[in-house]
Design a protein around this ligand. Structure first.
Ligand code: GDP
Length: 295
């Protein structure tokens, strides 16, 4: 995960971690390398620039050159700043409401259906909940089938309405079904498209309005970097979602989406997907991620 970024940051700190005398030129060079590493990770130019400016100001404020181990202090400043950028504290999921209604949004292929299953499994096994999965993709029979397979794997019921072409109705009926049958969480998987389009946005906005979810989650493929950030912005402008789910982190060597998405949409990353299996889900902890990146 983010191996390229970790390697580059490690190299950036190489000189500062040596034992020779350290000058302000060394510090400036290091920050230049940090910025380059962030840009290579697909962090946008302004965010990378502001990031190194903040670290530089703190380094000056803390008289980094006069400390015993300037290299260590610089690594700490970068780690703290990365943690802040990724959201500070872990965000958690709102499980209020009976049932709690969770709406999943995102493009086709982002990992929405897989994550719906992972989340249901997590809530069932770790939070002692009784979830219901809902298939609202009326366009792709394969998507409904996929959710049924996932539900079967984890022993969670999947609500479908064959022949009904109205996703709003399906979602509303599913919530009624949950209430009548003792399900305390309803996870609604919606239709995605290959790119943001008006029809999809209207449809999901209508479902959102009808079922008033406690949590609207936006699912995005971490490997798509800046595209992930732009898609997040488009969905957030329309849905004002509550949190981001970053999938496929296991295949992401760059890290740009994880680092920047929070600062662009001002919504936390709540969970990450780290593989295809139902257990490959983790709560996102910015501080742990920053520690991982900086080794
Ligand atoms: P959807 O179209 O948004 O519902 O996406 P899917 O759930 O069908 O996922 C698309 C592909 O990505 C599938 O092959 C999944 O197995 C795969 N996938 C989903 N999440 C992850 C993940 O966290 N890591 C990896 N490596 N693959 C994932």
């Amino acid at each position: 995960m983010f191996d390229n970024l970790s390697d580059k940051l490690d190299k950036a700190f190489h000189v500062l971690k040596g034992h020779g005398k350290i000058t302000d030129v060394n510090v400036a060079d290091t920050l230049k390398e940090v910025r380059r590493a962030l840009l290579d990770a697909d962090v946008n130019f302004k965010i990378a620039k502001d990031f190194t400016t903040r670290v530089r100001d703190k380094a000056i404020g803390q008289n980094v050159l006069t400390t015993l181990q300037p290299g260590q202090l610089m690594v700490k400043l970068v780690k703290d700043e990365l943690t802040e950028l990724m959201g500070g504290d872990a965000a958690g999921i709102n499980l209020s409401g009976n049932p709690t209604v969770i709406l999943m949004s995102g493009l086709q292929g982002s990992g929405k259906t897989t994550f719906s299953g992972k989340l249901a499994n997590y809530l069932k096994t770790k939070k002692n909940k009784k979830p219901l999965l809902v298939a609202c993709d009326i366009y792709r029979p394969a998507a409904i089938n996929q959710l049924q397979v996932v539900g079967g794997q984890i022993g969670v019921e999947v609500y479908t309405e064959e022949g009904n072409r109205n996703p709003v109705e399906i979602a509303q009926n599913a919530v009624k079904h949950a209430k009548a049958n003792g399900f305390n969480v309803v996870i609604v998987d919606t239709a995605g498209r290959l790119a943001v389009d008006e029809e999809m946005m209207t449809e999901i906005a209508n479902v959102h309005k009808a079922i008033e979810p406690q949590e609207t989650l936006f699912v995005v493929d971490s490997m798509t970097g800046q595209d992930a950030v732009n898609t997040a912005k488009a969905f957030n402008d329309r849905l004002n979602f509550d949190g981001v789910i970053l999938t496929k982190l296991d295949g992401d060597t760059r890290g740009g989406a994880a680092i920047t998405i929070k600062s662009v949409v001002n919504k936390p990353i709540k969970f990450i997907g780290t593989g295809e299996k139902m257990e490959a889900i983790d709560v996102f902890y910015p501080v742990r991620m920053a520690e991982r990146i900086l080794g």
